[in-house]
Design a protein around this ligand. Structure first.
Ligand code: ADP
Ligand code: MG
Length: 411
């Protein structure tokens, strides 16, 4: 089968992005496949194209309704009959969707694991025949990860009830441990693993050494200012280690805030304002994350060390999904390390590497004395980002935390 012409025909894209063709090949052949690609790389296409090609319905399980909605829109744009089943649907709407499914008029069904357990949708899907089961954001099966969703653990049982269709797991989290957990928890014995590089060349990574809390606030302000004013023309996220820091900074500098101690309605309003309102700064803990599918976030700033390098990668990954140049700044004060003693090891080394890159760029020989470098002086920016990210991941892969890029089966 000529996958490229199918790609053009159904989705209008002239070429595959890295990894997509290999993934599609494995999936059309009916093999279980794990797709590890960075955010924005085009993981969805791997199941969309193969779902169109394969017989039967493609069932897509997403952790969040908002993710499912976006994907459904994309599918409908390409004339693929798609149904989203979630708890916000009325009984009447559900009934209508069921009828469409049972009449064989639906190609993609998108839902959440919670919904799959609560309803008898499995029986219905079983009758019409599921050709492919997709688990999006598959790292949610990881009990040690930041986005654990207990309901994901029911998915192997669901798959069995559906007559064991081939399974595709998608995630941007590339650590060996997460991969192992995905393989174990989803019970994939010999999956094809498609892995592209973790590089995001349009992200410029930067570490600024801070010398005190006041200095950090000043540097944060400076990082957020555009020509001397805090007024926004572009969206930014400022990640904080604690809810207290979120409250303090949003109060001091003005902007939206989001953390787990806020009331649900308040949190949702903040998220909506960030997603759909005028460009704003969002001060948040890592509770603000999954499902932030906003393509034009130009800046992600960490004012405290993230929980792990993996979390850092996920969090900066929200910047620049549209492929345009974006800035990721870590405000690093060695005194912060007490905050996150448990995880600090990897992050500190990574930030040293990134700081060292700065030092290099500036031609300063002695590590440790790197000063803040105006971004405009870093030309070109992207090699710095690339180099820094690569070094981080080389460091991590040397420790067995992440595996090097490449395609291969599980050993
Ligand atoms: P993620 O890997 O984060 O899930 P998505 O699947 O949401 O990324 O894809 C990001 C964007 O890339 C989407 O807008 C999608 O239409 C686009 N895209 C995917 N594959 C291709 C391709 N082969 N050519 C052009 N655009 C593509
Ligand atoms: Mg995705």
């Amino acid at each position: 089968m000529n996958l490229s012409s199918q790609l053009q025909r159904h989705f209008g894209f002239t070429e595959f992005r890295p990894g997509q063709k290999e993934a599609c090949q494995a999936i059309v052949e009916g093999r279980d496949t794990v797709v590890l690609m960075p955010t924005g790389a085009g993981k969805s296409l791997c199941y969309q194209l193969t779902g169109v090609i394969r017989d039967g319905v493609t069932l897509v399980v997403s952790p969040l309704i908002s993710l499912a909605k976006d994907q459904a829109e994309a599918l409908r744009e390409h004339n693929q009959p798609t149904v989203v089943l979630n708890s916000t649907r009325t009984a009447k709407q559900i009934e209508k969707a069921r009828q469409r499914i049972s009449a064989g008029g639906v190609k993609f069904v998108l839902t959440t694991p919670e919904r799959l357990q609560k309803t008898d949708i499995c029986e219905l899907l079983c009758e019409v025949g599921v050709g492919l089961m997709v688990v999006d954001e598959a790292h949610c099966v990881s009990q040690w990860g930041h986005d654990f969703r207990p309901d994901y653990l029911c998915l192997p049982a669901v798959r069995q009830r559906l007559g064991n269709p081939p399974l595709v797991a998608l995630t941007a989290t590339a650590s060996t441990r997460t991969l192992d957990e995905i393989r174990m928890s989803l019970r994939l014995s010999q999956p094809e693993v498609i892995r592209t590089g973790i590089d995001r060349p349009n992200l410029a990574l930067e570490v600024r050494r801070c010398y005190s809390a006041e200095d950090k606030l000043a540097q944060l302000r400076q990082a957020l200012e555009v020509e001397g004013v805090l007024e926004r023309t572009e969206p930014a996220i400022v990640y904080c280690g604690t809810t207290k820091t979120v409250d303090q900074l949003s109060h001091a500098l003005g902007g939206l805030r989001y953390h787990g101690r806020m009331r649900k309605a308040e949190r949702e309003a903040a998220q909506e304002a960030f997603m759909d309102g005028p460009p704003a700064v969002m001060y948040a803990t890592n509770a603000f994350g999954l499902g932030i599918d906003k393509c034009d976030i130009r800046q992600v700033i960490h004012v405290e060390l993230p929980g792990s390098l993996e979390a850092y990668y996920q969090e900066i990954g929200r910047a620049g999904r549209d492929g345009k140049r974006s800035r990721c700044t870590l405000l690093y004060d060695p005194n912060d390390i007490d905050l996150r003693k448990m995880f600090a090891g990897g992050m500190v080394e990574a930030s040293k590497i990134m700081t060292a890159h700065h030092t290099l760029v500036r031609g300063v020989e002695e590590f440790g004395e790197a000063e803040t470098v105006a971004l405009s002086k870093l030309t070109p920016i992207s090699p710095l980002g690339r180099g820094a990210l690569k070094s981080c991941f080389q460091l991590l892969s040397s420790r067995g935390i992440v595996a090097p890029a490449g395609r291969g089966r599980w050993r």
